[in-house]
Design a protein. Structure first.
Length: 290
């Protein structure tokens, strides 16, 4: 098992993360963008691919666009409600790549725009993802957990594992070749998913990049409740919150030696709102009476 575990302090946006993953492809000593293997069967034939776990599956050829090569897209459902997507390029580099989910997941798998899909396929990777077992359009926020323990388990760890297993089997069936390497790369909740894969299913991936892992979900949720309660009891206008954020950035951005709109390590900054943010006068804080 070859595991590379990268813990990042800042999680990039989905678009920049997708591009960043393969930004050094042309300089890679592994030359992973070299893809020679071609499918051994038609894309449409994968619509009849079966395992004991798959309850529905369909496959179609997706025509090339300006930034994405032609590929075979397979979507389906694994028991009980784990939706998955697998994208298979016409030329394969024998590598499997999977990305995770932000927040409470549940996002539709076959989205028209997916930055990871374009860059992964362009570099010859098979790409897979899952909704973790629920649809956030029907069960928003964390409502899917309230009355369905299985969905909670699928979200917590099972969905990623069964999707990785199913997607690999589909790739092997399609190309009639084994997978050489399997990788996971994701952020926030996706970082948490990556860490759980390493802990629970270490054979799923050869390399795991777990960016900014959201591991303390309980603590984070309690903190969010505390913040909401505090702001409800003592509301702070948006313009004042924005002012604090601007002053914090002005004070802390360049502490790491680079002015880039990012605070690399808040612990190294001596920002103090009482000192560094202008205070309103007592008269300005007093509401006028009728």
């Amino acid at each position: 098992m070859r595991v590379l575990l990268a813990l990042a302090l800042v999680c990039a946006t989905a678009a920049s993360a997708g591009a960043q993953a393969f930004s050094n492809a042309s300089n890679s000593l592994a030359k992973y963008s070299v893809a020679h293997d071609t499918p051994s069967k038609s894309c449409e034939s994968l619509s009849s691919f079966k395992t004991d776990e798959i309850v529905s599956i369909s496959a179609r050829v997706v025509a090339a666009t300006a930034d994405t090569p032609q590929h075979c897209r397979v979507v389906g459902m694994i028991k009980p409600e784990v939706a998955f997507e697998v994208n298979l390029p016409d030329r394969w580099n024998r590598r499997f790549y999977m990305t995770g989910n932000g927040g409470l997941a549940g996002d539709p798998v076959d989205q028209p725009t997916n930055p990871d899909r374009a860059t992964a396929l362009t570099n010859g990777f098979v790409l897979a993802r899952t909704n973790t077992g629920h649809d956030n359009r029907e069960e928003p926020s964390g409502s899917f957990i309230l009355s369905n323990p299985q969905k909670a388990i699928d979200y917590a760890y099972r969905a990623v594992h069964v999707t990785a297993d199913t997607a690999k089997k589909i790739a092997i069936e399609y190309y009639a070749k084994p997978i050489s390497f399997s990788y996971w790369n994701s952020c926030s909740n996706g970082g948490r998913q990556g860490l759980l894969e390493v802990q629970r299913y270490p054979e799923d991936f050869d390399g795991v990049v777990a960016n900014a892992p959201w591991v303390d979900q309980t603590g984070f949720t309690l903190g969010a409740i505390w913040n909401q309660k505090a702001l409800t009891e003592a509301p702070v206008p948006l313009e004042k919150i924005t002012l604090v954020a601007q002053k914090a950035m002005a004070k802390c951005d360049e502490v790491d030696g680079l002015k880039d709109g990012l605070i690399d390590d808040p612990r190294k900054c001596s920002f103090d709102p009482a000192r560094d943010v202008p205070a309103c006068s007592a008269r300005a804080r007093t509401r006028p009476t009728a």
